[in-house]
Design a protein around this ligand. Structure first.
Ligand SMILES: [Zn+2]
Length: 124
């Protein structure tokens, strides 16, 4: 059993409250009517299955019921961050150590440093 940080509730909650919904950041074709069958089929059915860092869509099903993204290492199961819809991930296969704030990192990073910084902010 482990805990997942919900970026909307801003709490670590039991994994059983969440459901994975597959690969994140899949762009719907801008004009579905002009897609080829191959393009539409690729959008609907084909997903990456990388070994290492990738991004997943999850929902806090027994909680706020909002969708958010998780950056996870599929080899170690480590969750590197969670972030809200519309935000960009800090970690990626191209940036395994994480982007700096200047490079457009996500605001809600679910690492221990973020939690400590947040708690210190409350005490101050
Ligand atoms: Zn939540």
């Amino acid at each position: 059993m482990f805990y997942i940080h919900c970026p909307y509730c801003d709490e670590y909650r039991d994994e059983e409250e969440f459901h994975p919904k597959g690969q994140a950041h899949i762009a719907r074709p801008e004009d579905p009517e002009s897609c080829t069958d191959e393009q539409w089929g690729a959008y609907l059915f084909f997903r990456d299955n990388p070994r290492g860092i990738h991004h997943e869509l999850w929902v806090h099903a027994i909680g706020c019921r909002k969708f958010f993204n998780i950056t996870r290492n599929s080899a170690s199961y480590e969750i590197l961050e969670t972030y809200r819809m519309g935000e960009q991930p800090r970690f990626s296969a191209e940036h395994p150590e994480g982007k700096s704030a200047e490079q457009g990192a996500a605001v809600n990073v679910a690492d221990e440093a973020g939690v400590v910084a947040g708690q210190e902010g409350v005490k101050a």
